[in-house]
Design a binder for this molecule. Sequence first.
Ligand code: BGC
Length: 812
Amino acid sequence: MLKKIKFCIVGFLSIIVQSKAQTNDSFPQLGKNSVKEVINAMTVEEKVLILMGLGKDNWERPPKDNWSLFVAGIGGRTYAIPRLGIPSVIFADGPAGLHISPNQIVGAKAEMEMQASEQKRTSELDKTRKKIKSSYYYCTAFPTETAIASSWNVDLVEKVGKAMGKESLEYGVDVILAPAMNIQRNPLCGRNFEYYSEDPLLSGKLASALVKGIQLDGVGACVKHFAANNQETNRHSFDPLEVGTGWHRLLDKPTINAVISQRALREIYLRGFEIVTKEARPKSIMSSYNRLNGFYTSESKELLTNILRDEWGYNSFVVTDWRAGIDVAAQVMAGNDLFMPGRYQYEELIKAIKDRRLDLSSIDMNVERILNFILTTPRFKRYENSNKPNLSEHSKIAYQSALESIVLLKNKNSTLPLKKVKNVALFGKTSYSFITGGTGSGEVNYKHAVSILEAFKTGGYKLSKVLEMKYMQFIDSVRNNSTDKKIKQSVDFHDEMSISSEIIKDQEKNTEVAVITIGRSSGEGFDRKVDNDFNLTRNEKELINKVSDIYHKAGKKVVVVLNISGVIEMDSWRNSVDAIVLAWQTGQEGGNAVLNILNGKETPSGKLAVSFPIKYADVPSSDPKMFPGIPIENPVNALYNEGVYVGYRYYNTFNIPTAYEFGFGMSYTQFEYSNLKLSDTIFKDKIRLSFTVKNIGKFSGKEIVQLYISAPKSQLDKPTYELKGFEKTVLLKPNESQLIIIDISPKLLSSFWSGKSAWIADKGIYEVLVGSSSKSIDLRSSFNLNNDIMVEKVNNYLYPNYMLNELNSSTN
Ligand code: BGC
């Protein structure tokens, strides 16, 4: 069947080319003629082909029309129509760095095997990639989005984006499929590591910064997964055995339907996308796999046209997630322009046109958006990529971003920075093999990642050879002997090694401090579990307990480093240790950054962009009906009954204690907040707020200041307070201070009234809370809004298709 379709496509094109039998010059050319003229010159089949991406089914295959397009390991590309001057443009994954294959030879070999009879191709390929045999195409692994969100540093994120954009540009990629920016609704979502935060404002601002950075030199960003792709269980329903064949057969299995109130959608799940669309103008947006209030997002006109384009003003194209949705005609009509991988829908689309289920004018609109985008690409502008991005420069950015992503969670009696320490015992397998990021399409093929072991060695510390040997042997044996598919993919999914008290006692005698690294990975395609994942495993707890007992008896300290992808349980063990450093998955420079935080060369400056609950049952969406997966098999609906009460909005309003609250993070220095001033006590159309932050401690450091606003009670139930602004200071030396200015616009005061389909700021007193976390408020003030403001009237879209029983703080 696949062959048949391919034959059809090639057949169509050759018919077209033969029948016209003219030179390119006699056809309108993209870039020379108007897009409309080019579209008018296209056959129906060509129009349909432009909508059909060439996705992962032919990852490794050099395109026939242009051999130099060959970039191994990409996510997909578009169809070229040379007679009209339309090139094929290339998409590759992100978001923690560019995802391509480091070794073009691998691609070439695969191609040779696939096309054994076409030896000529490979020699062509060798000509265009002159140094193909000796070159590697490595990319920089930056911290995951979860990690870098803890930096709260938009300038830094923009720099990371710029570096990713440059790598894409120099490796011949036109669009990097990043940022991902779904809300971290529940800690078990397997892809949370690719998302920023539980808060939409923080997510939106960071994603905007990344998009601006990526797009600086002409490469396009692709904001994904639009929208409400908050879990991996049943994220879509193709047969996994058919992945890679280019074919997609629907199984008797549901695709998860996120059922969300209009208010929670607007305020939480769409808000970040709205910010990025309006502030950063991404060149592309990827619709998601899941259904939302009954419809596949790629088939939802209300989402992709009415909200995204008509209300938010988005004017570029939407691409499906790879093999998302069912009804291609509905997708076209909804405003989903490009289909990845696409080929399997070709016949369906042609048939829908023939049957008059689909109007050609809808197709023309999609083609127009795609051609308008192609005009802006480096490929179209004939940028000659060097294949030599400045990786050493980017590695410095990776280091700086790793550093600012790290969060100091505990530091009893100033355990850190380590003083006069020379001999260190490194426990935990992850001390020896740093986890740079999660698994799946977001993986990055970097050249080298610095482990904590390597960083300590380079730093001149004495480390135990016995421990090193034991852990390395353990890692090797897991790698070689495991039969588990997930562990084969990444040894990070394996449990910790069990270690005897005798060995620990021996280590204690020769070392001044113990560092235990706890590792966690997660990945695309599956959600995490509560036992042995969110909760530590028995081996991990035993390791922490035994090491702490033995070192504490000898009057020595124990530091835990968390090299984790997402939130874990900490309450049951955090009191056993002296210091906890949350390193997240901080990319290829993670080991160096951890060391320089531990030894005090750098002051920690990260703060949590997500709450750490005491136990999983405290998570507002922990009910299996709300975050279905295990134990519900093949769930159909995920009921978002917590409404807007996600993360700190829930814990604060319902007085649920957390292990570490949103916005929390310690430093080696202290900051003093003072002099809060508001430009007015009555809100008219804007209020400017200013205050001073001073470093009153002994170390240089950066502070993340947070502005929360508590809105007046009205008929609408509201969270106690919500994040409305933030800023990271520059590096302040002791005694230095910085003036912070934040503007408050009407939209920041408003809530979404579903019944009225409007953002309304209620009249009353607004409390302003400025502090160093969502629980630690240093400065307070207030202003009055004399009359309700209708900030924005929108339309009644995306009504939930199931009855929800939403949380309400006045009745619960
Ligand atoms: C993922 C996307 C990714 C795409 C292309 C999909 O499975 O959900 O995030 O960009 O594959 O690799």
